[in-house]
Write a protein that binds this ligand. Structure first.
Ligand code: SF4
Length: 291
């Protein structure tokens, strides 16, 4: 800077350049200096900017950390929902989240003391149900007959043999499925169950299904079909409806697929219905293979 001043002064003294020229050259020189200063300042500013970007990037990191926490929060929320849903599944003192078998045994003990309808006064044994409660399918019949009432097991008479044989013919092992009835106590003289008896007993079937949580239900005969589907959509005068109009189609009860077919006992009197029953059971087996 001092050298430049000295050179300007010398040029001025020697009258090599006029004052105006010196002013211009000085201005240009100063402009150059200003530009350098500006560039330097810009560099500094860029530095700050870059520092700012670093902070911004740090912020992004924190934001992403926040997202992680949010996602953790959602996980906890989802866990909370699961626990809430588990709470919802507690029915009448029966915690359906526990092992299926102990729960079914506990429910069986509870139903043994049931006096909700007059049928308990005449029965020998309560017929609660048997088979594999962890199965994906439940077969529901009508009510215990004489042999069932004596043994306490469903489908052990001639109708039971018929059922076992038909299940086998389509590739279903009877021991691998769960079998029960709409009514747990035998109606006198094997009469049809009354609507009031079916309504009284339905609570127990509903709890069995809640515990077992099958993917598929096969109703055997019109009483179990109309009682179950009647709880979804009231079927007026359902006692007069025919099972032949319902069989072989897929319905739903609380999200579980329901396939109605003929009652095995009916096939003893109507062997012509056997082919249709086998066809329905074949469909059931195919559905079972897919669940
Ligand atoms: S039929 Fe059902 S409702 Fe009636 S007493 Fe027996 S278990 Fe109870």
């Amino acid at each position: 800077m001092e050298l430049r001043k000295f050179v300007y002064q010398w040029l001025l003294n020697e009258k090599i350049l006029g004052e105006k020229t010196i002013e211009i050259v000085g201005t240009i020189s100063l402009d150059k200096m200003d530009k350098k200063t500006k560039d330097r300042q810009m560099d500094t500013k860029d530095g700050h900017l870059s520092e700012g970007n670093k902070h911004l990037s740090e912020g992004d990191k924190h934001l992403s950390e926040g997202d992680k926490h949010l996602s953790e929060g959602n996980k906890h929320l989802s866990e909370g929902n699961r626990q809430e849903s588990m709470k919802d599944r507690q029915l009448g003192g029966i915690d359906t989240q526990k092992e299926v078998r102990p729960q079914i045994t506990a429910l069986n003990k509870l139903v043994l003391g049931c006096k909700k309808c007059d049928l308990h006064t005449r029965r020998n044994k309560l017929v609660f149900g048997n088979g594999n409660p962890e199965s994906s399918i439940v077969f529901i019949g009508e009510a215990p007959g004489r042999e069932e009432d004596e043994s306490g097991l469903p489908f052990v008479g001639s109708a039971g043999k018929q059922l076992t044989s038909m299940l086998k013919s389509v590739g279903i092992d009877r021991d691998a499925v769960y079998i029960t009835n709409i009514i747990k106590c035998r109606p006198p003289g094997n009469r049809d169950p009354l609507p009031a008896e079916m309504n009284s007993c339905f609570e127990w079937l509903d709890k069995q299904l809640e515990i077992i949580a099958p993917k598929l239900i096969c109703t055997l005969g019109k009483h179990s079909t109309f009682s179950l589907l009647g709880h979804v959509k009231p079927l007026e005068f359902h006692q007069t409806l025919s099972i032949s109009k319902f069989r072989g189609k897929i319905y739903e009860y609380k999200g579980i697929k329901v396939v109605p077919t003929y009652h095995p006992a009916a096939l003893l009197y109507h062997p012509e219905w056997k082919e249709a029953t086998i066809s329905d059971l074949t469909m059931v087996k195919k559905m079972l293979d897919r669940v």
